[in-house]
Design a protein around this ligand. Structure first.
Ligand SMILES: Nc1nc2c(ncn2[C@@H]2O[C@H](COP(=O)(O)OP(=O)(O)OP(=O)(O)O)[C@@H](O)[C@H]2O)c(=O)[nH]1
Ligand SMILES: [Mg+2]
Length: 192
Protein backbone atom coordinates (compact mmCIF):
# COMPACT_ATOMS: atom_id res chain seq x y z
CA UNK A 1 0.00 0.00 0.00
CA UNK A 2 1.28 3.45 -0.87
CA UNK A 3 -1.05 6.24 0.13
CA UNK A 4 -0.24 9.81 -0.83
CA UNK A 5 -1.56 12.76 1.10
CA UNK A 6 -4.84 13.35 -0.70
CA UNK A 7 -8.23 14.00 0.85
CA UNK A 8 -11.04 11.44 0.83
CA UNK A 9 -14.23 11.68 2.79
CA UNK A 10 -15.88 8.31 3.38
CA UNK A 11 -16.86 7.78 7.03
CA UNK A 12 -17.02 4.18 8.17
CA UNK A 13 -16.05 4.49 11.79
CA UNK A 14 -18.43 3.55 14.53
CA UNK A 15 -17.25 5.29 17.68
CA UNK A 16 -16.57 3.24 20.80
CA UNK A 17 -18.19 -0.13 20.43
CA UNK A 18 -21.13 -1.00 22.70
CA UNK A 19 -21.35 -4.73 22.05
CA UNK A 20 -17.84 -5.79 21.19
CA UNK A 21 -18.18 -9.46 22.11
CA UNK A 22 -19.77 -10.56 18.82
CA UNK A 23 -17.28 -8.90 16.50
CA UNK A 24 -13.98 -10.18 15.16
CA UNK A 25 -11.15 -8.31 16.85
CA UNK A 26 -7.86 -6.94 15.60
CA UNK A 27 -5.02 -5.73 17.81
CA UNK A 28 -2.96 -2.91 16.40
CA UNK A 29 0.07 -1.43 18.11
CA UNK A 30 1.45 2.02 17.28
CA UNK A 31 5.19 2.53 17.75
CA UNK A 32 7.60 5.26 16.68
CA UNK A 33 9.71 8.00 18.20
CA UNK A 34 8.47 10.72 20.51
CA UNK A 35 6.27 13.37 18.85
CA UNK A 36 5.99 11.38 15.64
CA UNK A 37 2.17 11.49 15.79
CA UNK A 38 0.94 8.16 17.21
CA UNK A 39 -1.53 9.54 19.74
CA UNK A 40 -2.88 12.03 17.23
CA UNK A 41 -3.60 9.17 14.80
CA UNK A 42 -5.44 7.15 17.41
CA UNK A 43 -7.44 10.13 18.66
CA UNK A 44 -8.41 11.16 15.14
CA UNK A 45 -9.75 7.67 14.42
CA UNK A 46 -11.35 6.80 17.74
CA UNK A 47 -12.62 10.23 18.80
CA UNK A 48 -12.62 12.28 15.60
CA UNK A 49 -10.46 14.84 17.41
CA UNK A 50 -7.15 16.58 16.88
CA UNK A 51 -5.21 18.46 19.56
CA UNK A 52 -2.44 20.81 18.47
CA UNK A 53 -0.71 20.76 21.84
CA UNK A 54 1.70 17.97 22.73
CA UNK A 55 0.85 15.66 25.63
CA UNK A 56 3.51 12.95 25.77
CA UNK A 57 2.13 9.47 26.30
CA UNK A 58 3.13 7.94 29.60
CA UNK A 59 3.69 4.22 29.05
CA UNK A 60 0.76 3.37 26.79
CA UNK A 61 -2.82 4.30 25.94
CA UNK A 62 -5.64 2.12 24.68
CA UNK A 63 -8.67 2.79 22.55
CA UNK A 64 -11.26 0.54 20.93
CA UNK A 65 -13.57 1.29 18.04
CA UNK A 66 -15.38 -0.52 15.28
CA UNK A 67 -14.41 -0.11 11.66
CA UNK A 68 -15.58 -1.63 8.37
CA UNK A 69 -13.04 -3.54 6.35
CA UNK A 70 -12.84 -3.09 2.59
CA UNK A 71 -15.16 -6.10 2.32
CA UNK A 72 -17.64 -4.24 4.60
CA UNK A 73 -17.08 -6.58 7.51
CA UNK A 74 -17.30 -4.85 10.87
CA UNK A 75 -14.31 -5.43 13.12
CA UNK A 76 -13.41 -4.28 16.59
CA UNK A 77 -10.07 -2.53 16.54
CA UNK A 78 -8.09 -2.67 19.75
CA UNK A 79 -5.48 0.03 19.38
CA UNK A 80 -2.46 0.36 21.66
CA UNK A 81 -0.61 3.65 21.42
CA UNK A 82 2.85 3.29 22.98
CA UNK A 83 5.05 6.07 24.27
CA UNK A 84 7.96 6.88 21.98
CA UNK A 85 10.16 7.68 24.95
CA UNK A 86 13.17 5.40 25.36
CA UNK A 87 12.31 5.23 29.07
CA UNK A 88 9.47 2.83 28.17
CA UNK A 89 11.16 0.81 25.43
CA UNK A 90 11.74 -2.16 27.70
CA UNK A 91 7.96 -2.52 28.03
CA UNK A 92 7.29 -2.66 24.29
CA UNK A 93 7.45 -6.45 23.85
CA UNK A 94 4.71 -6.82 26.45
CA UNK A 95 2.37 -4.73 24.27
CA UNK A 96 3.46 -6.38 21.04
CA UNK A 97 2.21 -9.74 22.29
CA UNK A 98 -0.87 -10.79 20.33
CA UNK A 99 -0.59 -7.89 17.88
CA UNK A 100 -1.86 -8.56 14.37
CA UNK A 101 -0.49 -5.37 12.88
CA UNK A 102 2.29 -3.05 13.91
CA UNK A 103 2.16 0.56 12.76
CA UNK A 104 5.55 2.28 12.79
CA UNK A 105 5.25 6.06 12.64
CA UNK A 106 7.64 8.84 11.75
CA UNK A 107 7.29 12.59 11.35
CA UNK A 108 7.69 13.65 7.70
CA UNK A 109 9.15 16.93 9.03
CA UNK A 110 12.13 15.18 10.64
CA UNK A 111 14.83 13.09 8.99
CA UNK A 112 15.88 11.85 12.47
CA UNK A 113 12.39 10.55 12.96
CA UNK A 114 12.67 8.41 9.82
CA UNK A 115 16.00 7.11 11.09
CA UNK A 116 14.32 6.10 14.38
CA UNK A 117 11.60 4.34 12.42
CA UNK A 118 14.34 2.50 10.54
CA UNK A 119 15.82 1.33 13.88
CA UNK A 120 12.37 0.34 15.10
CA UNK A 121 11.70 -1.71 11.97
CA UNK A 122 14.93 -3.62 12.59
CA UNK A 123 14.08 -4.14 16.26
CA UNK A 124 10.63 -5.45 15.41
CA UNK A 125 12.06 -7.79 12.79
CA UNK A 126 14.53 -9.20 15.31
CA UNK A 127 11.76 -9.62 17.89
CA UNK A 128 9.95 -12.13 15.59
CA UNK A 129 6.57 -11.32 17.11
CA UNK A 130 4.44 -14.44 17.11
CA UNK A 131 1.24 -14.14 15.09
CA UNK A 132 2.13 -10.76 13.60
CA UNK A 133 0.45 -10.49 10.19
CA UNK A 134 1.79 -7.20 8.89
CA UNK A 135 3.61 -3.93 9.42
CA UNK A 136 2.92 -0.49 8.03
CA UNK A 137 5.32 2.45 7.93
CA UNK A 138 3.43 5.72 8.33
CA UNK A 139 4.71 9.18 7.43
CA UNK A 140 2.74 11.50 9.72
CA UNK A 141 1.91 15.24 9.51
CA UNK A 142 1.76 15.44 5.73
CA UNK A 143 -0.31 18.64 6.09
CA UNK A 144 2.94 20.43 7.03
CA UNK A 145 4.18 20.41 3.43
CA UNK A 146 6.31 23.57 3.94
CA UNK A 147 8.27 21.87 6.77
CA UNK A 148 8.66 18.52 5.08
CA UNK A 149 12.11 16.93 5.39
CA UNK A 150 11.33 13.44 4.11
CA UNK A 151 9.80 13.11 0.65
CA UNK A 152 7.06 10.64 -0.16
CA UNK A 153 9.56 8.75 -2.30
CA UNK A 154 12.11 8.49 0.55
CA UNK A 155 9.45 7.16 2.90
CA UNK A 156 8.21 4.69 0.32
CA UNK A 157 11.77 3.54 -0.38
CA UNK A 158 12.43 2.94 3.31
CA UNK A 159 9.25 0.88 3.52
CA UNK A 160 10.25 -1.10 0.47
CA UNK A 161 13.68 -1.78 2.00
CA UNK A 162 11.94 -3.41 4.93
CA UNK A 163 9.24 -5.09 2.85
CA UNK A 164 6.39 -3.22 4.53
CA UNK A 165 3.53 -1.03 3.29
CA UNK A 166 3.77 2.76 3.25
CA UNK A 167 1.17 5.46 3.76
CA UNK A 168 1.26 9.17 4.58
CA UNK A 169 -1.32 10.66 6.91
CA UNK A 170 -2.35 13.84 8.61
CA UNK A 171 -4.24 13.49 11.85
CA UNK A 172 -4.88 17.23 11.71
CA UNK A 173 -6.89 17.13 8.48
CA UNK A 174 -7.86 13.47 8.75
CA UNK A 175 -6.33 12.48 5.42
CA UNK A 176 -5.63 8.73 5.11
CA UNK A 177 -6.21 8.01 8.81
CA UNK A 178 -9.26 5.83 8.26
CA UNK A 179 -7.57 4.29 5.23
CA UNK A 180 -4.58 3.32 7.36
CA UNK A 181 -6.68 1.54 9.97
CA UNK A 182 -8.90 -0.07 7.32
CA UNK A 183 -5.77 -1.38 5.64
CA UNK A 184 -4.72 -2.83 9.00
CA UNK A 185 -8.12 -4.50 9.40
CA UNK A 186 -7.83 -5.88 5.87
CA UNK A 187 -4.50 -7.41 6.92
CA UNK A 188 -6.27 -9.00 9.90
CA UNK A 189 -8.87 -10.42 7.55
CA UNK A 190 -6.15 -11.76 5.30
CA UNK A 191 -7.09 -9.42 2.45
CA UNK A 192 -3.85 -7.42 2.08
N1 LIG B 1 0.27 19.57 11.92
C1 LIG B 1 0.17 18.35 12.46
N2 LIG B 1 0.59 18.15 13.71
C2 LIG B 1 0.48 16.88 14.22
C3 LIG B 1 -0.04 15.81 13.47
N3 LIG B 1 -0.01 14.70 14.23
C4 LIG B 1 0.49 15.07 15.41
N4 LIG B 1 0.80 16.39 15.41
C5 LIG B 1 1.36 17.18 16.52
O1 LIG B 1 2.62 16.64 16.86
C6 LIG B 1 2.81 16.61 18.27
C7 LIG B 1 3.10 15.21 18.72
O2 LIG B 1 1.99 14.37 18.41
P1 LIG B 1 1.63 13.08 19.29
O3 LIG B 1 0.56 12.37 18.57
O4 LIG B 1 1.38 13.46 20.67
O5 LIG B 1 3.00 12.27 19.20
P2 LIG B 1 3.33 10.84 19.82
O6 LIG B 1 4.00 10.06 18.75
O7 LIG B 1 2.11 10.25 20.42
O8 LIG B 1 4.39 11.20 20.95
P3 LIG B 1 4.76 10.36 22.28
O9 LIG B 1 3.50 10.11 23.03
O10 LIG B 1 5.71 11.23 23.03
O11 LIG B 1 5.44 9.10 21.84
C8 LIG B 1 1.52 17.21 18.88
O12 LIG B 1 1.72 18.58 19.14
C9 LIG B 1 0.48 17.03 17.77
O13 LIG B 1 -0.53 18.01 17.80
C10 LIG B 1 -0.47 16.08 12.13
O14 LIG B 1 -0.94 15.20 11.39
N5 LIG B 1 -0.34 17.36 11.68
MG1 LIG C 1 1.67 9.72 22.31
Amino acid sequence: MEGKCTKQTEQDIVQETENPAVLPECKIVLVGCERSGKSALMDRLARGQFNNSYNPTIGARFSACNILSTKRKQTKLNIWDLSGSKRYHALMPMYWRGAAVLVITFDTCSADSLSSADDMLLLVKEARIEGLLGKVLVGCKCDLEQDRKVSFEEGAMKAQEHGVAYIETTAKDGVNVEELFRFAVDICEGES
